[in-house]
Write a protein that binds this ligand. Structure first.
Ligand code: HEC
Length: 458
């Protein structure tokens, strides 16, 4: 114990801790929701720790990344650590949002905690950045295409969009250079930013006391009493905090064990397997929102709304001059926030629903018939453009056998030289169905078999 005293003579931590532990808090039951920030910090440290371990085996290059993750998948301990990192990322995103909502609801961003809120905004952006850059690292199809979709969104911005995309991708496509760049941002830039911002955030919280102690401070100023009395921070509140974080930790472990992180097929920039790109679930709402502003309106979605979000996020403590912390006295603030939350949930849901699902594989038929096997496929994917009027008509047998001006669309007995198949495979551009999901391999095989048969099974 001599050593501890020796050390404390130099660090003088004991008196600081004593201040913290003796800090009076209201005696009434605290809600677990008051500890969401603490749980968010916990999930960040889980990310830092598991991320560090993963970095000792992961190889950040387009050639080796996928294989190194496969290696991780094959080692039970490494796989568990990766699953913890995977679920931890989801936890961190969800917890930080819940924490922000809670802080908003209890007015904890109001004087004197404006700076704490501002730094919290930096933490939110840093967290989303971590989630976004981390997603690419496994270098599987999902990772590759989510990043292609995600970075492409920046490209819709007028004037600078093009530069932003090439800045993010380090080129015009998502390549190994993008992986290197994302890795650097994921491993160095954002963790450093978050750690620094968190230091300030935490310092401010210590300085001002958590917002539920506001009541105590107010009572002290006014010489009154707190309803239900007060007690020191240690031990009850500390234990409650630990209990909550342990519950979060247990949930994380259970999910990581029960639903381990998966790995899709290796990233293929040509997308030969016709994987349907989709963003990560927490970006579904943005992805969906952008769809409502097509063409020239997309400035609203790419510049306008994000700008409004940033201004509102960082300006909130300054715009909201209503000092009341009572729920009933803040109908406008709480009403608006309620609408935003509902909108985000709804957009996420609609966005998720509208991701084109792969057409169910029907299996390959040796001798398909046109009306039974081919027509339903063409009707669902092609007839919207190639209806029954003029040009190539895919809704009837005669229509599909239509011979174009220069080149026959279908040459019975010769699938590969039929324009129809070439269009489906994309060897002749533009690939059909134009702008929609390509047909599945099985469906194309059926059409080929039908042509091979002489296209005669009507
Ligand atoms: C979104 C509308 C759209 C959809 C859906 C669509 N096409 Fe097309 N298709 C076009 C257009 C436009 C062209 C002319 C493109 C060109 O030549 O540049 C075309 C051309 C073709 C051609 C060449 C026809 C010719 O005479 O030159 C074939 C074959 C074709 N489509 C087949 C299909 C098939 C099969 C599907 C369904 C799997 C499909 N298309 C779905 C719009 C569509």
């Amino acid at each position: 114990m001599r050593f501890i005293e020796w050390l404390d003579d130099r660090l003088q931590i004991k008196s600081m801790l004593k201040d913290l532990f003796d800090h009076p808090v209201p005696k009434r039951k605290l809600s677990f929701l008051d500890f969401l920030g603490f749980a968010t910090a916990f999930s960040f440290f889980n990310q830092a720790f598991t991320g560090l371990l993963l970095a000792t085996v992961y190889k950040p290059s387009a050639k080796e990344a996928y294989a190194s993750i496969q290696g991780i998948q094959n080692n039970p301990l490494e796989h568990f650590i990766r699953s913890l990192h995977f679920w931890g990322a989801n936890f961190m995103v969800v917890l930080i949002f819940l924490h922000i909502l809670r802080v908003f609801f209890v007015s904890a961003y109001k004087k004197p905690r404006e700076l704490t809120w501002l730094v919290g905004g930096v933490l939110l952006i840093g967290t989303l950045g971590l989630a976004f850059t981390g997603y690419l690292l496994p270098w599987d199809q999902q990772a590759y295409w989510a990043t292609t979709v995600g970075t492409a969104i920046a490209g819709y911005m007028p004037v600078i969009g093009h530069y932003l995309v090439s800045l993010a991708r380090d080129g015009s496509n998502v390549t190994g250079l993008t992986l290197t760049r994302f890795y650097a941002v994921h491993m160095l830039l954002l963790p450093a930013l978050i750690l620094a911002a968190f230091g300030v955030h935490f310092f401010l919280v210590l300085r001002q006391g958590m917002s539920f102690t506001e009541e105590v401070a107010k009572a002290k100023r006014e010489g009154g009493q707190v309803r239900g009395g007060t007690e020191p921070f240690w031990p009850n509140t500390v234990w409650k905090m630990m209990l909550f974080v342990s519950l979060v930790g247990v949930a994380l472990w259970v999910l990581a064990l029960r639903f381990p992180a998966g790995l899709g097929h290796a990233a293929d920039p040509l997308n030969k397997s016709q994987y349907i790109p989709e963003p990560v679930w927490y970006f579904f709402s943005i992805y969906q929102l952008l769809k409502y502003f097509p063409g020239k309106l997309d400035v609203i979605g790419t510049v306008g709304l994000p700008l409004v979000f940033i201004v509102v996020l960082f300006g909130l403590p300054f715009f909201d001059r209503n000092l009341s912390r009572k729920v009933k006295k803040r109908p406008f603030a709480l009403g608006t926030a309620g609408i935003v939350v509902v909108a985000i949930i709804a957009l996420t849901y609609i966005g998720y629903q509208s991701v084109p699902k792969a057409v169910a594989s029907t299996g390959v038929k040796a001798h398909p018939s046109f009306s039974g096997d081919i027509l339903p496929v063409l009707q669902s994917s092609c007839a919207s453009c190639h209806g029954s009027s003029g040009g190539l008509t895919v809704t009837s047998y005669d229509g599909i056998m239509h011979t174009g001006d220069d080149k026959p669309v279908v040459i019975p007995g010769h699938p590969t030289s039929s324009l129809l198949v070439q269009k489906l495979l994309g060897t002749v551009q533009p690939q059909m169905p134009l702008g929609q999901n390509p047909l599945s391999k099985d469906q194309i095989q059926n059409i080929e078999n039908w042509i091979k048969d002489g296209a005669k099974n009507n």
